[in-house]
Design a binder for this molecule. Structure first.
Ligand SMILES: O=C(O)[C@H](O)COP(=O)(O)O
Length: 345
């Protein structure tokens, strides 16, 4: 997938808001301490269209697997302790979205959907590169789909994380699985990141197109028809899911299981798929069913949102692991990075 093909949300954001901010913050690059003392760095220039307010909605209850394993990371809460806010509920959390790296069927240009195909060599490299970009952003809990390409991406990305916590898959499929995968050391739990895999984040089910060559399908049924199957909002491919149907389960899962984590101050990474993430971005950015048609996500490019004071603010894609602008996004991210520098230099 070409980065350049990205639609307005990702395209404009990366090329406009992010880079404008980056240029601004580049001037501050040599003086991190100076800008970390500010409460929030230059977010006023951002489009408010890219934010979402969860408001008074009932967000549902997180399932026991996530809440039972909730971990307090002393490194991820520096601003609270530094400002004496230890007892206050955190009002800020990072949300990283990442589409899996290139899969072996992306490489062959085959419709994949819910077929469980691993990453290609290029996809492995993309996942590692993505991990470098987010290596100084706090991650307290990881959500992935049930498909190996998203799980590989999340795991490979986390090998690059500077905090060096170990991602640990939660197994709640049965009482026995839960019991047999228990960890009995609090210290070890603190050095772990719970990983929750769920089918609701899977790629849209592509029906009878799964396994077909995309170009050959376009030659056979016509480019327009295939474009409708791939990008219309509410028209499903033969016996498959439309984006609307995919959104029904992916967004419901986000609202019920992921948003409560963010609202409680946990920093979340979601590794998923082109269409499950398109539907979540549609929800976060309040896109219309017309606007979402032109939303394209590249493989292996992480995107950062900040949930602050109940609003999701789209911050774009960290361009590199030492990107000053990334840490200038908020005082808390800057402090987190500073703590990592102190701990792991
Ligand atoms: O399932 C697939 O084939 C891809 O992951 C997404 O395909 P699309 O770009 O055709 O939606």
């Amino acid at each position: 997938m070409a980065v350049g093909a990205c639609y307005q949300t990702i395209g404009i954001f990366q090329s406009h808001s992010f880079h404008n901010n980056f240029n601004h913050h580049q001037k501050l690059q040599n003086n991190l301490l100076k800008f970390v003392t500010k409460d929030f760095i230059n977010i006023n220039g951002l489009s408010s269209r890219g934010s979402y307010h969860p408001g008074q909605r009932n967000c549902g209850i997180i399932r026991s697997s996530a809440s039972q394993t909730s971990l307090v990371d002393p490194v991820s809460s520096p601003s609270r302790s530094d400002t004496g806010e230890t007892n206050k509920k955190s009002s800020e959390a990072a949300l990283i979205l990442i589409r899996h790296g290139e899969s072996l069927w992306n490489e062959k240009n085959l419709f994949t959907g819910c077929v469980d195909v691993p990453l290609s060599k290029k996809g492995i490299d993309e996942a590692i590169e993505a991990g470098k970009r987010i290596s100084s952003i706090p991650v307290d809990v990881i959500f992935t789909s049930a498909l190996i390409r998203a799980q590989m991406t999340a795991m490979l990305a986390m090998t690059q994380h500077r905090r060096k916590k170990v991602p640990v898959f939660m197994h709640n499929e049965s009482e026995q699985a839960r019991a047999w995968s228990q960890v009995f050391s609090e210290d070890t739990k603190k050095q772990s990141i719970p990983v929750i895999a769920s089918w609701q984040l899977n790629e849209r089910m592509y029906g009878e197109l799964q396994g077909l060559d995309k170009k050959e399908t376009a030659d056979r049924y016509g480019k327009e028809q295939v474009h409708v199957w791939r990008r219309s909002y509410d028209i499903p491919p033969p016996n498959g899911e439309s984006l609307e149907m995919c959104a029904e389960r992916a967004v419901a899962y986000f609202r019920d299981q992921i948003e409560p984590q963010l609202l409680s101050g946990k920093n979340v990474m979601i590794a998923a798929h082109g269409n499950s993430l398109r539907s979540i971005i549609m929800y976060l950015d309040k896109l219309t069913s017309q606007e979402v048609i032109s939303l394209e996500l590249s493989t292996g490019i992480p995107m950062l949102y900040i949930l602050k004071e109940g609003r999701f603010i789209r911050r774009g894609s960290p361009a590199g692991p030492s990107e000053a602008g990334v840490y200038a996004y908020t005082r808390r991210l800057a402090l987190y990075r500073q703590k990592l520098d102190e701990m792991f230099q």
